[in-house]
Design a protein around this ligand. Structure first.
Ligand code: TYD
Length: 147
């Protein structure tokens, strides 16, 4: 895995792999071991049939998540307010996830039809933790820099 994350509040997270080739491959994440927090919520996104779909388009105030591409491919765009990084998530990420920490604007596009995205998070769903307006996001990170 050659990718280097250039944005703030992000990281590569590696699952444990047990390869029983040709009888399958086991890919394992455990809280506070290779997943750098206690998992409170898991969700996945499938049925990405619209190739023009845009998901994400938000940042979180406190939430930590890890995003995995467990099938197919998509493009992940990360923006910390200063640096923008685009990452094509595909087969080569089978055992790697990308940590989406707080204050990181993220967008997912260019989904293959068979794409399945898995996300683990360190908290329950809280709409109050979302920043869904880009200008508000810029204001939020500026305020955090001052405090
Ligand atoms: P959202 O997080 O905006 O999706 P994405 O980032 O993939 O584009 O969520 C879409 C909708 O689903 C929104 O109405 C909130 C709801 N939702 C929940 O109810 N619980 C959850 O855990 C998540 C992630 C979303």
């Amino acid at each position: 895995m050659k990718i280097k994350l250039k944005v703030k509040n992000s990281d590569l997270v590696r699952f444990k792999v047990i390869d029983d080739y040709p009888d399958g491959r086991l890919i394992i994440g455990e809280s506070n071991k290779n997943i750098p927090f206690e998992i409170k919520r898991v969700f996945f996104i499938n049925n990405l049939l619209n190739k023009n779909a845009i998901r994400g388009l938000h940042a979180h105030k406190k939430l930590n998540q890890i995003i995995f591409c467990i099938n197919g491919s998509f493009k992940l765009t990360l923006d910390d307010g200063t640096v923008v990084q685009k990452i094509i998530m595909n087969d080569s990420f089978y055992d790697y996830g990308i940590k989406l920490g707080p204050s990181l604007w993220h967008t997912m596009t260019e989904f293959s039809k068979n794409c399945v995205i898995l996300i683990v998070a360190d908290d329950f769903y809280l709409e109050d933790d979302y920043i869904r307006d880009y200008n508000e996001f810029l204001k939020f990170i500026k305020q955090k820099d001052i405090l």
